[in-house]
Every structure is written in structure tokens, then in C-alpha cells.
Design a protein around this ligand. Structure first.
Ligand code: Z5A
Length: 215
């Protein structure tokens, strides 16, 4: 099924638990699209702008200032509002392709489903932060909690890298269930990919969906 786009360009986001392979797959897709002649902006959240990278540091660092769930939610929203207006919308309006490593569905999964903040408020915040320009296509790279933990455990020794990695299994189970629920609720936008397959098989599945969307 072809994806309909508004305001030009193609906006693709990658979501999933930590270690699902989002960064790896974005690199493959960026290379394939660039080789095919598309103008690609590859970005990430939190991050993507100078403000966003500063917020990333505040949001992810362990042992920094305390952050309440409500403040955390608004900081992710603030970073996204800047990212959208400064970088993403201008690129889409020029007809380019945007590949974003995590986006608003991560907020719904982490701050909504796992931190249990109000989902209706979060949906309204999304509309405001993205000016109504939601992603066209969202790949949910689906892996089990055990595989996620296996891939990320001890990347920098035994200590978790950041505040989210330091959360317990119950938190990450809620995140995972949240992503799957979102994919069920928005089947036109979501493509759920089994991310425990070999890297090349995943890249081929993603490429075929993106080509169909571009056609
Ligand atoms: N967060 C939030 O709470 N609310 C929000 O709105 C947003 C974010 C936007 C950002 O972390 C944190 O912020 C995130 C949620 C929260 N925290 N968590 N948890 P991040 O995005 O910077 O970090 P991450 O998602 O945890 O990224 P990651 O660990 O780098 O995962 P990844 O990009 O999905 O995976 P990868 O780096 O491509 O691969 C991980 C490893 O697995 C690596 O060694 C690969 O070689 C290996 N790999 C990849 N694919 C495969 C396959 N297919 N088989 C075997 N091994 C593989």
C-alpha cells in the first residue's frame, strides 16, 4: 500500500526498544537512498538541533539534576518542536527524505505507557510539537526484552549508560507493550519488523517498504 504524504517529502521514523537495531538500519537505508539520488536528512531524538543535543544531555545523563516525569515529557516535546521547525519541516518542504531515530512514538511509549502520563495530553502535545505533520512511515523494530538486554548489557562495562537503560524490566516491558499497541492502533503508518532476523534481511524488508512508499 502506497503511503500518502502531506507537505512534500517522505518522513520515516524508527522506533523500538533499546538495542533493536534502529541506528544500524538507518545507516543502511541512508546509504541506499543516497545512492538512489535522494536528498536525505538523517537525524535522531532526543537531539537533531543544538538545543535538542543539549536537552539530550540533560535527559539521559545519570546522576544529574532530578527530573520529574512531567518535566521529562515537556522537555522531549520542547526538543521536538525545535527539531521540527528548524530542521525536519524545511527538509520535507524541499522534497527530501527525513530518517529519524526515535520520534513521537517513543514519547507515547516511554512517558505515556511506561511513566503512565496522560495519553490524551501527550497526543495533543504531539500535534502541537509537529505542526500536524506526523511521520509517513514508522518502522517498529521488534525485539524481546531478553534480546534487548543482551545487546545493550555492559556496552560501557557493567554500569547502565543512561537514565532509561537504568530502568528495570517492568518499565521496559511497558514500553514494549506500548509500542505494539501503537502499531495496532495506527496500522497505516506502522510496519512491525522482526528485529531478531539477520541485519541484511531486516534492511531488505525496510528498503522494499520505503521504495513502495516513494513510488
Ligand atoms: N526517549 C524517551 O523516553 N522519550 C522520547 O520521546 C525519546 C526518547 C525520543 C534515547 O536513547 C533514550 O531516550 C531511549 C528512550 C528515551 N532510551 N532507552 N532505552 P537512544 O535512542 O540514544 O538509545 P537506544 O534506543 O537505546 O539506542 P541503541 O541502544 O543505540 O539502540 P539501536 O539504535 O536500536 O540499536 P543499534 O545501535 O543499531 O544496535 C545495538 C547493538 O545491536 C549493536 O551492537 C548492533 O551491532 C547490534 N545489532 C543490530 N542489529 C542486530 C541484529 N539484527 N542482530 C544482532 N545484533 C544486532
Amino acid at each position: 500500500m502506497a503511503v500518502s504524504t502531506i507537505a512534500g517529502g517522505l518522513f520515516v521514523t524508527f522506533e523500538g526498544p533499546e538495542g533493536a537495531g534502529k541506528t544500524t538500519q538507518i545507516e543502511f537505508l541512508n546509504e541506499a537512498l543516497t545512492h538512489a539520488g535522494y536528498d536525505v536528512f538523517k537525524t535522531r531524538e532526543p537531539g537533531g538541533t543544538e538545543l535538542g543535543e543539549q536537552l539530550r544531555h540533560l535527559l539521559m545523563r545519570r546522576g544529574g539534576a532530578p527530573v520529574t516525569p512531567e518535566a521529562e515529557l515537556l522537555l522531549f516535546g520542547a526538543g521536538r518542536a525545535q527539531h521540527m521547525r528548524e530542521r525536519i519541516l524545511p527538509h520535507l518542504e524541499r522534497g527530501g527524505v527525513v530518517l529519524c531515530d526515535r520520534f513521537l512514538d517513543s514519547t507515547t511509549a516511554y512517558q505515556g505507557y511506561a511513566r503512565k502520563l496522560d495519553l490524551a495530553f501527550i497526543a495533543a502535545m504531539h500535534d502541537f510539537s509537529v505542526c500536524g505533520r506526523w511521520p509517513d512511515l514508522t518502522f517498529l523494530l521488534n525485539i524481546s526484552l531478553a534480546e534487548s538486554r543482551q545487546r545493550t548489557r555492559g556496552r560501557d562495562g557493567a554500569v547502565p549508560n543512561d537514565r532509561f537503560e537504568a530502568e528495570g524490566n517492568d518499565f521496559h516491558r511497558l514500553v514494549h507493550a506500548g509500542f505494539l499497541d501503537l502499531a495496532r492502533r495506527y496500522p497505516q503508518r506502522f510496519r512491525v519488523i522482526d528485529a531478531e532476523q539477520p541485519v541484511d534481511a531486516i534492511a531488505a524488508a525496510i528498503w522494499s517498504e520505503v521504495r513502495r512508499a516513494l513510488d
